[in-house]
Design a protein around this ligand. Structure first.
Ligand SMILES: Nc1ncnc2c1ncn2[C@@H]1O[C@H](COP(=O)(O)OP(=O)(O)OP(=O)(O)O)[C@@H](O)[C@H]1O
Ligand SMILES: [Mg+2]
Length: 238
């Protein structure tokens, strides 16, 4: 395991989460009572075989989908029964997403890609450029700010993805296989950056990965199988 982080609170906590998907006339339950607590200040890996429910769990924790039953608490607040219309604003403010395919805008350079996210929070013009440059510097890309996505390596593109997630003040950063398109060395670099940011900015970073080599770069590892958490046993990732 990597250096220990200082925890300060829980970003997201789920209780007895069940999720069923409709399959024609039937409902297929894919989460069977998941309890999990994701701490701020930690980089947590979520691992498990294909189909075990990782993306489903991440999507519910990111308030992109409601569970069939159970409870979701974001920053100590029960958000399960909130109206759908209240969720986008909460998500924008408190949850950042990093994608496997980077999701960068191809016509915009690295700095502009970060500025788009800053713009959503009302930061524009010179202030946005200054913040974007500082964020790119944090991920080691200060000298690549004017490059278009096509002019960057996979690892560089994903570091722009990380800078975009950091551009929001989101306490919870969720990443579904963010290193799936990267070689293992580059993947470890990206995860190290994320871990450093979790520690220094007290964010909770939850990363889904199949890459066993990343375990030693994480503060804790959660394992799923067939819709349940098999490790840690008490569901508290700490
Ligand atoms: N929209 C959907 N409708 C019906 N079934 C779904 C839907 N999304 C996922 N499933 C099913 O739910 C189960 C869990 O899927 P999920 O995508 O959460 O797994 P995963 O752990 O992320 O897998 P992978 O590692 O392959 O990404 C699978 O059996 C999948 O087929
Ligand atoms: Mg998945």
């Amino acid at each position: 395991m990597a250096e220990t982080a200082t925890h300060s609170g829980t970003a997201v906590r789920v209780y007895d989460l069940h999720k069923s998907y409709r399959e024609g006339a039937h409902a297929l339950e894919v989460l069977h009572g998941v309890n999990l607590d994701i701490a701020r200040g930690d980089l947590t890996l979520l691992m498990g075989p294909s189909g075990s429910g990782k993306t489903t769990l991440l999507t519910i924790m990111g308030l992109l989908m409601k569970p069939t039953s159970g409870r979701v608490e974001l920053l100590g607040r029960d958000v399960t029964s909130l109206d759908e219309s209240a969720l986008p604003a909460l998500r924008r403010r408190h949850v950042g997403f990093i994608f496997q395919n980077f999701n960068l805008l191809g016509a915009l350079n690295a700095a502009e890609n970060v500025e788009v996210v800053l713009g959503l929070q009302g930061v524009r013009g010179r202030a946005a450029r200054k913040q974007a440059m500082a964020l790119l510097d944090q991920v080691g890309l200060a000298d690549r700010w004017s490059h278009l996505p096509d002019e960057m390596s996979g690892g560089e593109k994903q570091r722009v993805g990380v800078a975009r997630a950091l551009a929001s003040q989101a306490e919870l950063i969720l990443a579904d296989e963010p290193t799936g398109n990267l070689d293992s060395r580059t993947a470890a670099q990206v995860v190290d950056i994320l871990r450093h940011l979790a520690h220094t900015e007290n964010r909770a970073v939850l990363v889904v990965t199949h890459d066993l080599g990343l375990q030693e770069h994480a503060d804790c590892v959660v394992r799923m199988r067939d819709g349940t958490i098999v490790e840690p046993h008490d569901g508290v990732a700490a």
